[in-house]
Design a binder for this molecule. Structure first.
Ligand SMILES: Cc1cc2nc3c(=O)[nH]c(=O)nc-3n(C[C@H](O)[C@H](O)[C@H](O)COP(=O)(O)OP(=O)(O)OC[C@H]3O[C@@H](n4cnc5c(N)ncnc54)[C@H](O)[C@@H]3O)c2cc1C
Length: 294
């Protein structure tokens, strides 16, 4: 079924054609009136009712976060749009795009245009910070790590990715499912909210428009975070918000350190939000250091 929920999903659910008006009336009859949804369960049942919540959100969230939606901040499920038209895009922004040649090339070009920047990869900043002269430090790693976990570690969820590639012959038998030759599935992202161990399969070729008879799919398995793994998602609950606040207050006492991005501010952001945050911080620092060589 289509997801995020839209008119196509409703039609698949009913097994017949429908209209936006009928879907809106149906939702109005199912919504649970909750004025200020306090968690992820409330934010969804207040928009679509229990039936669609159970079908699309409950098990997916349990699998992804290892937490009942009731125990997660409203922002986790609240950021997924519910629409009564046929717009099935994940994000709400009118304009949505990827860099034409991908992020890797974009960063390569930005670095090529910035001769004052030295790039050091595969290095923990704590191993070199004493050797790099600086007036101001911008931290994009985990804020709890920066303060040596002095209030205790902030929890994260991690992911495990499993790639699988298919050549043209193997794809022939998928043509009916994918709806066109050269693809494995009908959309870039197919969610598996209930029975499988993975939460979704992504076939990025749908977004990049690469013209090739082969394809690669990526299965995403939710994973417990442990040191050494990638900390993909902060886990927003009232307890973690309180713990993060302690770190944020400590960070606010350091005028020459900026905390930017999802790990340093312990919050899920999309790329555009993180880029916006970085540009805002840059403007702030430019004003402060204008005329000074840093
Ligand atoms: C599976 C998945 C899918 C996503 N899909 C989308 C999408 O479709 N659209 C979208 O807009 N956004 C998407 N996002 C969100 C997007 O990835 C984030 O918004 C973005 O990466 C956040 O940028 P950031 O710089 O804050 O953090 P990151 O990109 O995580 O960068 C932080 C960096 O700091 C490094 N670091 C941490 N500790 C240290 C240390 N001690 N020393 C040195 N370096 C350190 C990390 O290795 C990492 O490279 C997705 C995220 C995930 C996990």
């Amino acid at each position: 079924m289509d997801f995020p929920i839209n008119l196509n999903t409703f039609e698949q659910f009913l097994g017949r054609d429908s209209t936006s008006e009928e879907f809106e009336a149906w939702l109005a009859s199912k919504r649970v009136p909750i004025e200020n949804p306090a968690n992820s369960e409330e934010v969804i049942v207040s928009q679509v009712g229990w039936e669609l919540y159970e079908k699309f959100f409950k098990n997916y969230t349990l699998k992804q976060w290892k937490k009942d939606p009731r125990d997660l901040d409203a922002s986790v499920c609240g950021r997924i749009p519910i629409r009564t038209n046929r717009d099935d895009r994940y994000l709400r922004e009118d304009f949505q795009a990827l860099p034409r040649e991908g992020y890797h090339r974009m960063f390569e070009r930005m670095l090529a245009a910035s001769p004052g920047v030295d790039l050091i990869l595969d290095t923990d900043y704590r191993d070199i910070i004493g050797k790099v002269k600086h007036d101001h430090l911008i931290v994009t790693g985990p804020i709890d790590e920066y303060f040596d976990y002095c209030f205790g570690p902030l929890p994260y969820r991690s992911l495990r990715f499993e790639n699988q590639s298919f050549g043209p012959e193997q794809l022939q038998e998928r043509e009916l499912i994918a709806g066109k030759p050269g693809y494995w599935q009908p959309a870039m992202q197919v969610n598996y909210p209930n029975d499988e161990e993975y939460t979704r399969i992504v076939e990025i070729k749908h977004a990049t428009g690469q013209e090739t008879p082969s394809t690669t799919i990526v299965r995403e398995y939710p994973d417990d975070y442990a040191p050494g793994k990638e900390a993909y998602y902060p886990i927003p609950t009232p307890e973690t918000a309180a713990l993060y606040r302690q770190y944020a207050e400590k960070g606010a006492d350091l005028p020459n350190v900026s905390f930017v991005g999802r790990l340093a501010t312990y919050r899920y952001y999309n790329m555009d939000q993180v880029v916006g945050m970085a540009l805002a911080e840059f403007e702030k620092l430019r004003e402060r250091y204008e005329g000074r060589k840093v």
